[in-house]
Write a protein of this length. Structure first.
Length: 376
């Protein structure tokens, strides 16, 4: 009979094993894009990552017959619990072989740790929060994951359901390709709406100023914390958290795809669209240096798709069609730069305004990600 046991990660030696495990697990899978290891390390660093100024995390590795067979993190986000006045704990960074004995042991340990800390339920996956990679891929496993979106084996669904997890919320990813964008009638209608909105609302649209990046980031934070405050799972981000995320994304930014909508110089909307750098990092196996940088620079020239990450408007200006201006400008620039399409992700299943806007453009849901939950 196989011996299965857990090892709590309490030093850098085992943390490295924790970080390295997925690279072995997914080896040979053409649809999993290995994240850069230093990004994962920084995300888990309780000193460098300001998320942990209001959060706790505990990591475990599962061993089967002497080999690492799985991993999990249990997370308490104090800001979440204060914002919602609840006692929800989270799990994340979950990876596992196709073995329910291993996965059940991991989930049980994480749930027990959260229960001992006073939590009443466990929700996930989040890595380590809803502001990072989150959700379990539920379909379309033959498609490569795009920048900052997760990927997992199909059997993970069974592992979670066997452990008693149930759906908490679905997150959708839309795809919009050149075959849709090139429909003249649709673009003509979008142009009319965008021009009408700009004139009616007296809005100014401008590109991000990369020379004033620090101040621009704080303007984004103001819009974000207002525009998303009613969304399920939202937790306001601190200045330090926003700076941490922005610093990590800065090298990926193409200023042509980052816009502010302003009224009298005050930002009331923002859109962030990034080239899908996963197309350039896929061959690196998690390491940019010393030789991966040359592959990256070569493959970066071949990137042909985008990810629409953020497109939001403060509450006072919502439902006025401002998103049409952002969509129009993004599509125009995408065509100019010869991108073949974009993933719009992620969108809450009950964000009906965003769902309708995407469908009006001709975008289609092509991936579903699920947040699961159960009591502890």
């Amino acid at each position: 009979m196989s011996e299965i046991y857990l090892k709590k990660v309490e030093d850098n030696y085992y943390k490295k094993k924790f970080i390295d495990f997925p690279y072995k697990l997914y080896k040979g899978n053409p649809n999993w894009v290995p994240p850069l290891k230093f990004d994962v390390k920084n995300n888990l660093d309780t000193i460098k990552n300001p998320f942990y100024t209001h959060a706790e995390i505990s990591l475990w590795l599962a061993y089967k017959d002497g080999e690492i067979a799985g991993r999990i993190a249990a997370i308490i986000n104090k800001s979440h619990n204060e914002f919602y006045n609840d006692k929800v704990g989270f799990f994340g960074f979950f990876e596992c072989i196709n073995d329910t004995d291993v996965s059940n042991l991991l989930f049980t340990e994480a749930a027990q740790w959260l229960k001992q800390k006073g939590m009443t339920s466990i929700r996930g996956p989040v890595n380590p929060s809803m502001n990072d990679e989150c959700g379990l891929l539920m379909d379309n496993f033959s498609k490569q994951n795009v920048l900052l979106m997760p990927y997992n084996f199909e059997y993970y669904i069974r592992l979670l359901e066997t452990a008693g997890f149930q759906k908490a919320k679905d997150l959708y990813a839309f795809w919009i390709g050149t075959e849709v964008i090139e429909k003249k009638e649709m673009m003509a209608k979008l142009d009319r709406i965008a021009d009408m909105v700009l004139k009616r609302e007296k809005i100014t649209i401008r590109k991000v100023n990369m020379k004033d990046f620090g101040n621009e980031v704080q303007k984004v934070r103001e819009v974000y914390n207002n525009a998303w405050s009613a969304n399920w799972g939202f937790v306001p981000m601190t200045e330090a958290e926003f700076n941490f995320v922005a610093k990590n994304l800065k090298l990926a930014v193409d200023p042509d795809f980052v816009e502010f909508a302003e009224v009298n110089g005050k930002p009331i909307g923002f859109t962030l669209v990034l080239p899908d750098l996963n197309q350039a990092t896929k061959r690196l196996d998690g390491s940019l240096f010393p030789f991966g940088i040359f592959k990256f620079l070569s493959d970066k020239k071949k990137i042909n798709q985008l990810r629409v990450i953020i497109m939001g408007v403060v509450k006072e200006y919502q439902k006025r069609g401002i998103d049409a201006v952002f969509y129009r400008d993004t599509i125009r620039m995408g065509k100019k730069k010869n991108y073949r399409g974009a993933e719009i992700s992620w969108v809450l299943e009950d964000n009906f305004a965003m769902l309708q806007a995407a469908k009006n453009l001709g975008a289609e849901i092509y991936k579903t990600y699920r947040i699961f939950e159960k009591g502890v």
